[in-house]
Structure formats: C-alpha cells, structure tokens
Design a binder for this molecule. Structure first.
Ligand code: ZN
Length: 289
C-alpha cells in the first residue's frame, strides 16, 4: 500500500498530493524521543516535506526544509530525496507547552516567530532557495503562505498530527491542493468554499477515510485521477564518510583535544542518533587526506 499519492482533478486543471504519514511520524517520535508538541511540530514539517519531495525528479535531487524559530523548540531541519527517504531533527526535542486556547498542542507557540526556508538541490549550479517569514508557526498556514509568495503557486495546505492518550501517534497526514494556471475561476471558488468548511486532516482520517476519499472531498471532484503513488519513510543516509566531514569541519586541534579528554572521539548523527567513533589513528588518516 502506498502512503503518498498525487492526483489530477477537474480535467487536469487542479493538482493534489496527499499522504497518510501515521507510521512515519511515530517513527521520528521514537528515534528522538520527542515530546507531544515537538512530535506534532516536526511531524507536520516532515509531512509537507514528503509531499514537496514528490516533485523532485532525479535520483540525486535533494530537498531541505529549515525552520528557524524563536520559540523553545529552536530550529527544525528536514531532508528528503526523490525516493522519499525522509529524515529530520530539532534543536530541543523534549519541549512541552500547555495546550493552546483551542485545547490543541501549541505548535505555533513552541516554534514562535521566525523563517521557513526551502532548498531544492536539483543538479543545477546553484540550488534553488526560497525563504519567507512564518505566518503562525502552525506549519500548514506557513507553507501555504510560502507557496503563494515564494513559488507564486496559490495552495491549500492541510496537515495534522493527532497524538493519543498513550503518547503514540494516532493519525498523521496532510494534503496540498494547487490549481494550475488554466484552472477556471469557478473551480477555484469551489475549492476555497470547500476547504473553509472541511474538518481537519486528522478528523477526516479518524473517520477512517483513506487519502483517496479525502482528496475527493477536499477537491469536490469525485473523478480525481491518481497519477503517482509511492511510499515515504524515515530513512537516514549517514555514513562514516559523512561524519568524517563533520570532524574536518571541527578542525584538527579541536578534534584531538576532545579525543585526549575522552579517550575516544564519538559523534552521533543528528538525524538518526547512530554513533560513530574515532581513535587517534582514524584522526590521523582523516587529516592526512
Ligand atoms: Zn543518520
């Protein structure tokens, strides 16, 4: 079963993407032992990133999404490739905040004011970089604003993470709907009126609707066409070699100092927490290169 799909609606004049990311968000929660509000925050960013990653074409294309917030979470970083391997981490994974005035996890409060940056490395000389201010820090609104101002693509973005009483992820998912330039005005009006009234993504998922049903409801077109399906998953591509680059960036002196103090130089991958250790001979080899 694929968990992410792309669709065309209204005679190919509207495109849509939807993802059921329940297991993906549970996995990132488990890797970093995230608090509830951070699970919702990082989960939402990973959900939208997975959907954007479906627009990457080549094997080596890479997407990086960075949110720099002034709130307690700090920064959120998510990377994805065209095979939809997704990884992410935050500065402060255990932040907890009281629920907001609507009784929901206060993602906007935990992220705070700041910026959203999208970097697409698609094999050109320079990567594509788009940045905008955060609108609310609730992620869905912020990406809708980003698509509008940075990519000139009006978009509906719905994204949600529902956490159960046991602390596990009950439902997580999202969708993006984008009218293409040839889309008729009456279709755009219809999309707007539907999406103002539509329940949240997790409420729709809780009604046991699959993503096909959700897209039919969110577009109002019962004849949507599936044009792509794939599986997005949490997967890190770290290696000894990549960690060596971190040590090189650290500098020989600093690396040797840490080694001397601790007897061993151990670094762990930010994205998956896998540990890599280096001894004196390793360091010598690295800095000889
Ligand atoms: Zn890793």
């Amino acid at each position: 079963m694929s968990n992410i799909k792309k669709y065309l609606a209204y005679n190919k004049s509207v495109r849509a993407i939807a993802i059921d990311a329940t297991s993906m968000v549970q996995e990132i929660r488990d890797i970093h032992n995230l608090s509830n509000v951070v699970t919702a925050a990082l989960g939402r960013v990973m959900i939208v990133s997975a959907m954007i990653a479906t627009t990457l074409k080549n094997d080596d294309d890479r997407l990086t999404v960075i949110i720099k917030g002034e709130g307690e979470i700090g920064n959120l970083t998510v990377c994805a490739n065209s095979s939809l391997d997704i990884k992410g981490y935050v500065t402060n994974p255990q932040v907890e905040l009281p629920l907001n005035s609507e009784g929901k996890l206060d993602v906007g409060g935990a992220i705070g004011a700041g910026t959203l940056t999208v970097i697409k490395d698609i094999g050109l000389k320079e990567p594509y970089v788009g940045t905008c201010e955060l609108l609310t820090g609730e992620i869905g609104d912020d990406f809708a604003y980003y698509f509008n101002v940075s990519e000139q693509t009006p978009s509906v973005v719905s994204v949600g993470v529902l956490i159960g009483k046991d602390g596990n992820v009950q439902k997580a998912g999202g969708y993006i709907i984008q009218p293409l330039p040839e889309c008729e005005d009456k279709v755009i009006d219809k999309l707007e009126s539907i999406n103002i009234k539509l329940p949240s993504m997790t409420e729709l998922m809780n009604e046991n609707r699959n993503i096909d049903d959700i897209i039919k409801n969110a577009t109002g077109d019962m004849d949507v066409e599936v044009v792509y399906e794939n599986d997005a998953r949490v997967k890190c591509d770290c290696s000894q070699k990549r960690i060596e680059n971190t040590i090189i960036a650290l500098g020989k002196e600093e690396a040797q100092k840490i080694l001397k103090e601790n007897g061993i130089l151990e670094l762990s991958c930010n994205f998956c927490n896998k540990k890599y250790s280096f001894n004196e001979q390793d360091l010598e080899k690295i800095f000889k290169k």
